[in-house]
Structure formats: structure tokens, C-alpha cells
Design a protein around this ligand. Structure first.
Ligand code: ZN
Length: 257
């Protein structure tokens, strides 16, 4: 186990904060918004390689719901931070007073550390989505664990937070992924509502319809603030938050007790 004690994490966080002040003025917002990283779409689907309910070979089972009494749901956003769309998403979430969980890739965090800190400062939970968003189905457990560890270190250095949950890129759940997550001290968080918002050309109505049709108490919803098609996702989300609130839903982060 390589997990860092929360107190150590906070200490390291305050050190990294000092380093961040030194590096203040970095014009992240002016960097081009070109993003060539693979998203779930590159794998052809966002469906787990191991179906729900399959044996997990002795490892703790990935979560697909949150255990909360009452009408709660957890919104999750993968593949960020994105220099354009993550700030827009944060604005929408703040306006609706909704907190969510962000599964960040290490490489994007290194490009946009200010956005990472803003996500945390606004009360959202940070999750580990690997460093490179690599093809995990083609990697050995040791290489996957190294990719997870690298993302942990980057997120910790930038935000002072040790992410609790790991979500594998592409939703790949091979025995090697399960072993690597266990070895690096992360429970795996999957999802139970997938509007396939990353599919380029998919409109907001289609994204909205899937969420409305499949949402339920305790469900975890998968969205993407990195990758492709984010404008349609944001458009859908803005309407969905009103709908879900009117249905009586409360929004929780994955680790919220
Ligand atoms: Zn992803």
C-alpha cells in the first residue's frame, strides 16, 4: 500500500501551494484548447470489459452506486481538466449549488493546475483517472499501477489531496486493472448511468433523455468534461440539474458520508 496519510497529504499540499504561488501568472487560459488524448470513444464504447456482477477475482468490487439513504445521486466528470469546458462546467455546478466528482488525468492536471485547485476549492471531489488515459487492456498490472501512482502524485502535488477513487480509462476492468488499483490503494468507481455524452454529434436531447430514463436513487452518472462533444453535455446538464432537483434529488460526491 502506498497511500499517504491525509495529514501528510495536507502538509504536502501546503508546500505545493507555496510552489504554486511562485508559479503564479502561468497563462493557462491562453493555451490552445487542442486535446488529442483518447477518450472512452477511442475504445469504441464506455462499457466495462467485465460486466456488472462478474467475479472480481478476490479484489473488492468496483462501486456502481453510492450508498445513501434518500434520493441522492452522484455526478461524475471524466478526462479533465479541460481549459475551456471545465470552467464552464464549474460555473453551471456553482449556479445550481451542486457538487460532483471529477476523474482527472495526470497529464491534464499538469497542463492546467489552476483549474485542478479551483475544482477542489469549490467543494468537488477529485478522483484518479490515470496519468495518460492509456490503453489499460494492453498493459501489465505493474505498468497500470505506475500510471495510477503518477497521477496520484500529480494530483497530490497540485491540490494537496490524495484522490480516493480510481476510475480506469475506457471503463476497462481486466484482472490487471483490478490488481493495480488494489495495489495502489484505490477502490474503483464505475457508473450506473451512461448517456454516452462523448459521442461527437450526439445532441443534448439524446443525452438528457438517457439520464432521465435511467436515473434512480444512488446512481452514479458518467459525463465527460474532457474529450469531445462537451458543449452538448453542458447544454444537457444545465437542463438536467433543474429536472433532477424538481424530482427531489440531492447531489453527493462519491466519498460523501
Ligand atoms: Zn476517460
Amino acid at each position: 500500500m502506498s497511500a499517504i496519510h491525509p495529514r501528510t497529504a495536507r502538509l504536502l499540499g501546503s508546500l505545493s501551494l507555496a510552489a504554486a504561488v511562485v508559479g503564479a501568472g502561468n497563462p493557462e487560459a491562453h493555451r490552445p484548447a487542442v486535446d488529442h488524448r483518447p477518450t472512452e470513444g477511442w475504445f469504441g464504447r464506455a462499457t466495462p470489459a467485465v460486466p456488472a456482477g462478474s467475479p472480481t477475482l478476490g479484489h473488492s468490487a468496483p462501486i456502481r452506486t453510492v450508498a445513501h439513504s434518500g434520493q441522492c445521486i452522484a455526478l461524475t466528470f471524466d478526462d479533465g481538466p479541460h481549459p475551456i469546458y471545465t470552467p464552464q462546467l464549474l460555473y453551471i455546478l456553482r449556479r445550481h449549488r451542486v457538487r460532483a466528482t471529477f476523474f482527472l488525468t495526470g497529464i491534464q492536471c499538469e497542463k492546467y493546475p489552476t483549474i485542478v485547485r479551483r475544482i477542489a476549492d469549490e467543494g468537488h471531489e477529485l478522483g484518479n483517472h490515470g496519468y495518460l488515459h492509456a490503453r489499460l487492456d494492453q498493459m501489465a498490472a505493474s505498468a497500470i499501477a505506475e500510471d495510477i501512482r503518477r497521477a496520484d502524485q500529480v494530483i497530490l502535488r497540485i491540490s494537496g489531496i490524495w484522490p480516493r477513487y480510481f476510475r480506469p480509462a475506457g471503463g476497462v476492468l481486466t484482472p490487471s486493472v483490478l490488481q493495480a488499483a488494489e495495489h495502489s490503494g484505490h477502490p474503483i468507481a464505475m457508473w450506473s448511468v451512461d448517456p454516452r455524452d462523448w459521442v461527437v454529434g450526439r445532441d443534448a436531447t439524446a443525452i438528457t433523455a438517457v439520464v432521465k430514463d435511467t436515473v434512480g436513487p444512488g446512481r452514479i452518472v458518467l459525463f465527460h468534461d474532457g474529450g469531445g462533444n462537451q458543449p452538448r453535455m453542458l447544454e444537457a446538464l444545465d437542463n438536467l440539474l433543474d429536472f433532477l432537483k424538481n424530482q427531489g434529488y440531492q447531489f453527493v460526491t462519491l466519498s460523501e458520508e
